[in-house]
Design a protein around this ligand. Sequence first.
Ligand code: SIN
Length: 304
Amino acid sequence: MKADISAEIGGLILKNPVMPASGTWGYGEEYAEFYAPGELGAVVVKGTTLEPRQGNKPPRIAETPAGILNSVGLQNVGVEKFISEKLPFLKKNKCTVIVNIAGDSVDDYADVARRLMDEEGVSAVEVNISCPNVKKGGIAFGVNAASASVLIKSVKKEYGRPLIAKLSPNVTDIVEIAGACIDSGADALTLINTVRGMSIDINNRRPLLPNCAGGLSGPAIKPIALRMVYEVKKATGADIIGVGGIECFEDALEFIMAGASAVQVGTANFYNPMVMPEIIAGFGEYLEKNKIGSVKDLVGVAIR
Ligand code: SIN
C-alpha cells in the first residue's frame, strides 16, 4: 500500500504537509525552474497588504552563524496586483494557495481578507500578527491576547474559508496568545515567526540593520519553535503548522512529532532550492520503511 502523506490543517486537505514560509519563496514563479509549484502541499505567499509597500531601507539582511536576520518590512505588490498578476500563475499550476495577510490596522486586515474571499483560487489566509519589522500592525497585534482576539474576530467576519493565525515567539506565554486566537475563530495556527535579534557593524560602530533589530530565522531558532509547537499542541490541541529552522526531512519530522500537522520551510530555500521536494520524498520513504500508514499517525506522538 502506498504511504499516505496527505495532511489536514484547519479544514484544509493538503496533498502533503510541506509548504514554504511566507516571504521565502516569492510567488512561486521564482522557483519554477527547479520544480512545479503544484508539487507542494500549499504555497504561502509574501505578506500581502491593502496597498503595495516598498519595505524597509537596505541593508535588510544580516548573516549570522546559524541563520539570518531580516528586516524586509513587508515589501509586497498589494492585494489587487497579487490577484491580477501573481495568482493566475499559481492557479494555472493547481496550487493550494495560502495568502499571508498584514496591515496597519484591524480594518486593513479585514479589507484584505474581504477582497481575497472573492477569489476562489485562494484556499486560506494566514493572518500575520507577528512581523517584527514594521512600525504599525504586525507583531503589535500578536504580543497581547486581547488585541490578537479583536483582530482575528474581525478577519473571521470577512473570511469564510480557513483562517490561520501566524504567531510571534517574542512573547512571554505563547499558549495564552494561541488560545485567544483559537477562541476567536482561528482554524489553525502557524508557529513561529522570527525571533527578534540584532547585529552590529563594528566598522561603522552602529547596528547593521537600519531598524536596529530584525527577525532571526534558520537553524538557530529550531529548538525554540519546536518547544512552542509542543506546548501549544499539548495545551490546546489546535491544528498547527510548524516553522523555524527546518533544513531537512528529519527536522520536519521532529515538528510533526511535537504536534504540527504540516510544516513550512523558510531560510533553507535560499541555499537549497530543492529542500522542499526532498522533505516530501522523505515523508514517503519514512512511512514505507517504518510501515506507518499516514503522516497523521505521527502528529504529536512525542507529547508526554
Ligand atoms: C518582513 O517582511 O519584514 C518579514 C515578514 C514577517 O516577519 O512576517
